[in-house]
Ligand binder design. Sequence first.
Ligand code: ZN
Length: 882
Amino acid sequence: LVRSRQRPKEVLSILALRALVFRSPLLGSAMTVLRAATGTNVRAGVQQGATPASLLRAGAPQRGFTSMRSTAASVMRPTLTAGMRMLGAVSARSRMGLRCFAVAATQVAPPAGAVKEAHGFVLDRQQYVKEYDSHVLLYKHKKTGAELISVLNGDENKTFGVVFRTPVDNSYGIPHILEHSVLCGSRKYPIKEPFVELMKGSLNTFLNAFTYPDRTCYPVASTNKQDFYNLVDVYLDAVFHPRCVSDPKVFEQEGWHYEMDTPEEPISFKGVVFNEMKGVYSSPDSVYYREVQRALFPDNTYRHDSGGDPKVIPHLTFEQFQDFHARYYHPSNARFWFHGDDDPVERLRLLDAYLSEFEARKVDSAVATQALKPEPRKVVAHYAAGDEEGDSKAYVGVNWVLTEEALSVETELALSFLDYLMLGTNASPLRKALNDSGLGAAVLGGGMDDELKQPIFSVGLKGVDPANVDKLEALVLAKLGELAKTGFSATAVEAAINTIEFSLRENNTGSFPRGLSLMLRAVGAWIYDRDPLTPLQWEDALTSFKAKLASGQDVFGPLIHKYLLDNKHRVTVALLPDSELGARTEAEERAALDAKMAAMGPSDVQAVIASTHELKERQETPDAPEALACVPTLRLADIPRTITKVPTDVTSLSGGAKLLSHDLFTNNVLYAEVALDMRGVPAHLLPLVPLFCRSLTNMATETESFVELTERIGRKTGGLSVYTFTSPLRGKPEEPVAYVMVRGKAMRDKAGDLMALVRDLLLTSKLDDRARFKQMVDETKAGLEASIVSRGHSFAATRLAAQRGRAGWISEQMGGLSYLEYIRGLAKRVEGEWDAVRADLLAIRAALLSRPGALVNLTADGATLSAARAPVDELLAALPAA
Ligand SMILES: [Zn+2]
């Protein structure tokens, strides 16, 4: 994780999460760790086939885990009780944030550390931001013009970040290669990988770097002060004095180089970013998003790929690479961010130590605005298809750039609501229309996305018959026209308000540092020379928007017209399969290499061989111990001697169920998990369990339609999801624990509603909607097939783990290659033997519903826990006694 191998689109999709319910929490806290620790089985349960965007929109904390995996693995204890303790531990972290949010809300006078001038910085402006109970100070560095946002609050999870604007005018991937390379040693830390060394003794809670289409971001976070300072120092030295600008070997390793071991061997291209981007370009999903961006922004920097196009990366020279660093990695082009409970004056001192070496300079790095085109367009592109089933299908979407001007906070808020209403859940009309159309396998595109300078709206389907491209476009436009006319039901609007407001107020970023979430939000405006505090101050806009809604004014119709239907900057992108493209691309690369080879004399060949050997030798030679001594380490005295204890109260309930409660401050939010023992489910039905889980929230119950059920979840809770959890027991690989978990959160006064929902899902879901089930199977299949390309390593790991214990085997059945095989067969069974499939779903439910062995895990403050007690008893009483 030290060096993100993240490419722009991944970053986009990660950030899209927060962009969606306008920048709301990335991850549910405890859930994240559980999911991370359990890996693919969980993914199969809830995530499969849905885009990250759609997941967040589903309201529930159903989000990503891959990057958190290693962290979680180290925390995860295999026994259930310890696992539950761990659950609490994570909540404890969020408690800190909540506490500072709630407690300090009264003190608004600037704190003592808010100095007007120190260490070369002058205060430009200061503001108290009530939404996050933070004092925000905006400074300018006098000598270089560098800008700093210094956020003062009680968050012990301290965050630092530096962001450079790095627009490109080619697809050589320079920002991406730089992002990798600056971490390969610097003036003060002249070793191969300072961060890898630092990680060995660091307590960081976040360490990564992101390349965007127009900026490069280096953030770190830690709850330990000394550790935090160490990380900040290594990062500052890395970006301003990296070894890579004077040492071509780093560039060769991270960017590209010719490789040749012997004169007989064919010459080839190698390089970390080169190889990484080849992987990216072999994923149709990535290619699709790349084409969309190119089609929407034909005239500005976004038409290029800042991550690098493997076809052109080898045209990049070391001199161009050096120039780029010299031009953009300069304090005058930098924006710095500090957040947390560390000393605000020390922040200025640390930065000035690096900045004062530089002189102010004019850096032209502004991103040009894409002028909106007067006519809609169509773009056809191709991806390299194999001969798997599904490789004859297209990716099709309709896309808009919404505006040339920056949007007001209130408009942005209104568009977020509109986006949520149209696409937020599977019951939302536009998403539902796409799913029900039968035109494709899975919804594509994240709806509204405002990561870049101009916001976009993007929606479509993958798995589309190429003959149906026009039909899909017509469907999207017709549905938008209909929604502009009819609007949305009062219950849908109420659900949207509750969901969005809940996530805003909860501000639960899971294991993602809050400070970093705020930074990314502020930078989204700051980087375009807009007011960075605007995105953090949503309270007034929310109040006035809610009043507008309450007045009965038609808020959404005019928005749909202005930004979508009447906006002609619309591009329909069709990505069609081409089964020969892969071979053609390979042949082109070979031809380029052969031409190079033909042009080389014997001495040139020897030079390439020598250079190959030199690079390999360097990579294999460890850093000298005296060089490694430069890496700062924590002393025992820097580490607190006590650990944070999480209160855990275990109660045995009548009928053989168990209740775990954690009395923690949660600002009146109840976090609940109801876990049903899965070990009674027959082995041959295990692969069906993930879809059983999804069916519970995606089908009608005995008393409500699927749409009504979804709206009730939105109106009464902060999200609800059903997933599987499997883990080996410590020391007993043959004795797995396996649960189906229903997880939800709600305000204290809605505790009864939450438990009633859980009961209705579990006991009264009709599980009879064949069409909906078929959609979920198709989505799952499409998702699995796409993820094999990008996540092949994790399929391999899951397969290996299946050999080593039962828990691993179960996970593989519910998320690995075996699962894909099962899903392919299931797609056919749903057509021919639906009654048998439904009987299997009912059998799974019968095996799960049992009070003995059921487990309820609650986290909340004492009063909320008390309020939840009777509803929990009621729920358990409804479960069969044996
Ligand atoms: Zn990378």
